[in-house]
Design a protein around this ligand. Sequence first.
Ligand code: LP5
Ligand code: MN
Length: 265
Amino acid sequence: MKNVGDNLASSLFNPDLFSPIIFISDLHLCASRPQITTAFLDFLQNTAIKANSLYILGDLFEYWAGDDDVTDAHHQSVITAFHTLANSGVKIYFMHGNRDFLIAENFSKYTQITLLQDPALIDLYGKKALLSHGDALCTDDVAYQNFRLLVRSPEWQSEFLNQSLESRKQQIENIRLRSEQEKSQKSMLIMDVNQEAVEALLMAYDYPELLIHGHTHRPNEHHIQLNGHNITRWVLGDWYEQGSYLACDQNGCQSICLAEIKIKP
Ligand code: LP5
Ligand code: MN
């Protein structure tokens, strides 16, 4: 990873010279961690504003209870910042994560963000890039996949969204607790992507040159050889202690770290 403080002028890649396409995920923004939101708003104003477009590949928020949960100051500050960025000409795309899959059309309207399906195939400077949040690839995590199947069904969502915001938030708190308990019992291997699921997805999409996803919080660049095709799997980092993004231009992609986020104890 490259630190922004490094001498970018001497490198091939310089976000000040080109208008890159930027990818981020797993920010987990919430009012109780204001330093992360501050770092993110700073990133939008100073870095993303120079981009051609910004792709957010899920888990932007710690959780999203529904598009009616927009009145608090924290959510408003993020929505306003997106609106400003979109008005400056940067195209913004958002794909659901496992924590904010209830983001819907109203959020998209307030922010001028375009919602993407998971997975989504895009043209990245002439190369095919497949984008995903990544949770669907963790097929060894059977308990999670069953939970995912339930809460992604339109019937479940419509029943859930018909309940009061207060009741929804309480249920989400319960699931968060249960998820943390269960995760502490799961192996790291189970909570990573399954290689066969990755290969099946790449084959289903006719061998894109790139697969970009988040979710596992294990930022890395993996090189895959599959049936004679060379494919790069980029895993995006989270924003718990340090913001980071993947910037791509005509010369390729580069993972860039921002300054450390200092969380007060
Ligand atoms: O997010 P992360 O990386 O910490 O953990 C995920 C999986 N956990 C989740 C839960 C979310 O973290 C918290 C909830 C988000 C709110 C969504 C809003 C709407 C839903 C409201 C539901 C009431 O996604 C975790 C994975 C991990 O990734 C790694 O891949 O392991 O999965 C779990 O821990 C899930 C448990 O294993 C299974 C929980 C079963 C609960 C069954 C309850 C059935 C009834 C639910 C209906 C309300
Ligand atoms: Mn996730």
